[in-house]
Design a protein around this ligand. Sequence first.
Ligand code: SAM
Length: 262
Amino acid sequence: MNDFIYKKSLGQNFLIDKNVLKRIVDCVPLEGKSLVIEIGPGSGNLTKEIAMVATNVLCYEIDDRLETVLDDALVDFNNVEIIFDDFLKRDIKEDIKEIDYDNLYLIANLPYYITTPIIEKIIASNLPFKYITVMVQKEVGDRFNAKPGTREYNSLTVYLNYYFNLKKEFIVSRNSFMPKPNVDSMIISLIKKDNLLYLKDKDKFNKLLKDAFKFKRKNIRNNLKNYDLDKIGDILKKYGYDLTVRAEELSLEIFVELANNL
Ligand code: SAM
């Protein structure tokens, strides 16, 4: 890696603290024949730790300059496959169809510039990920895990909480990376909920969330002015609110009820 030129545009900040790498993998309770997907193996530092405990590992790396580095790093493992391509362009179902597994997981130190599209793609894939343990920018992790009524609570918080129980694992200092980024990071686990709340139409729910949170300072009456405000008012009343409430006060259950009734 000595003459490797890191590309900031690809989010290339590699973890160099061995202790942190091991702690990340220890967060995930792997069971049975496990298939772990890793996005962005980089130099293979985290991949090695995963490969030691998982049955199979499938990685996606966009930067093919890392091919020889990864070949060297992973020479002792025969359970790792690397696809050199943009994760966002792949059909994950197709990529894993030949792999025999009982349980599916995702572990990654994500490239931060595409954190949200990656998470949205994983959810849209409908694949049964049991545990998704990712490193994200600390502020983003705080948003994922925010409670209603706080500044960090937004549409992505509600969207994620619909599908997952979120668990903040630990904070990673910017000093654990090479090159050193400008922000600290958080390891967060998204653990699949066994029983999802009934939703008539997921697309409608997503759109409602985006609209409700569109202008942070505006209340529900203004952000949702193109919806049936009488109906919304009736539902909010049941929970002790009216149309002057802001989206950041409303719980997942209220958004689900609104989406199912509009
Ligand atoms: N796993 C290594 C670690 O923990 O040190 C590297 C993590 S680094 C934060 C992010 C990695 O994602 C880089 O190797 C980068 O090249 C890769 N990457 C960036 N965009 C990608 C994409 N669209 N698809 C797949 N890999 C991507």
